[in-house]
Design a protein around this ligand. Structure first.
Ligand SMILES: C[S@@+](CC[C@H](N)C(=O)[O-])C[C@H]1O[C@@H](n2cnc3c(N)ncnc32)[C@H](O)[C@@H]1O
Length: 264
């Protein structure tokens, strides 16, 4: 049974993890754009909109939001101070001024009630206290506001190259949700999932790059392994890949994520 103390320890580990990888985060992750194009169509046109990006990390998707919504003011919030520092530098270098960024918890966003047209969160809900995040979102969103969650579900994680070939990866990542679980959280906060859309991405990589990503802990899941277990698992992963792919310069697989549009 997971108790509060275990959760606290694992979240502290996660925060250490994000502090360490903040300088290299963008280089380690694969950034997609199709879900951003889709989000553009979901928000109604207004002359000025307020958007919050919660769990914004180093700002790779905050930048895409700023590019997509010229009429927005963006509130970037992340638990990790290092990520926020990198985000500020990144967005400022890109000459954006219509944003603010601060360290904060998804459970207590410290934004005015009924103030946001949209709250967005990318690849982060599995780190949040989801009950608290939903009830905060309910308070902070305007009546016609939208909570947009982009995540991978537990079953989608099992289907990734890591889930298929890296020992224990799918089981180790027990923080992810299934759709019916997220539905329950929404319902408890008096919110409803209005639409869902699955995004599939055909990936190609080299074994060298995959090993570099795992060693760089591009998914926080890797930080959950002990050092020795990680080394052994990485070894097995490489053997599995060698066995299943003839060209180690052209490893191909299919990733999936889901986008949820949630309303009050
Ligand atoms: C996997 S990263 C995703 C970052 C970014 N959204 C992206 O897709 O590039 C998850 C982020 O959530 C942040 N995070 C974890 N727990 C949080 C919490 N309780 N409140 C706010 N942010 C949190 C982490 O610091 C990290 O930057």
């Amino acid at each position: 049974m997971v108790v509060a103390q275990d959760l606290l320890v694992s979240e502290n580990n996660a925060n250490d993890h994000f502090s360490k990888i903040a300088p290299n985060y963008k280089g380690l992750r694969t950034t997609d754009f199709d879900h951003i194009e889709y989000i553009k169509k979901l928000l109604t046109k207004k002359s000025k909109i307020n958007i919050a990006d919660v769990g914004c990390g180093d700002g790779r998707y905050s930048l895409e939001i700023l590019k997509s919504f010229e009429n927005c003011y963006l509130y970037c919030i992340d638990f990790n101070e290092n990520m926020i520092q990198h985000l500020k530098q990144y967005l400022t270098e890109q000459k954006f001024t219509n944003f603010c960024a601060r360290a904060g918890d998804a459970s207590k966003l410290s934004l005015e009630n009924n103030s946001m047209d949209s709250i967005m969160t990318f690849n982060a809900i599995h780190h949040f206290d989801l009950d608290a995040f939903f009830s905060e979102s309910h308070e902070i969103l305007k009546d016609d506001g939208k909570l947009i969650i982009y995540t991978r579900l537990r079953n989608q994680n099992y289907g990734s190259i890591w889930g298929e070939y890296f020992p224990q990866f799918g089981d180790m990542e027990n923080r992810l949700y299934e759709l019916n679980e997220i539905k329950e959280y929404a319902k408890n906060a008096d919110m409803t999932i209005k639409s869902t859309r699955v995004f599939g991405h055909a990936r190609t990589s080299t074994l060298e790059r995959l090993v570099q990503q795992a060693k760089g802990n591009h998914y926080s899941t890797f930080a959950l392994y002990g050092e020795e277990t990680f080394d052994e698992s990485l070894d097995i992963f490489q053997k599995n890949i060698q066995k299943n792919f003839s060209d180690l310069e052209q490893i191909t697989w299919h990733d999936e994520n889901i986008l949820l549009e949630i309303v009050k």
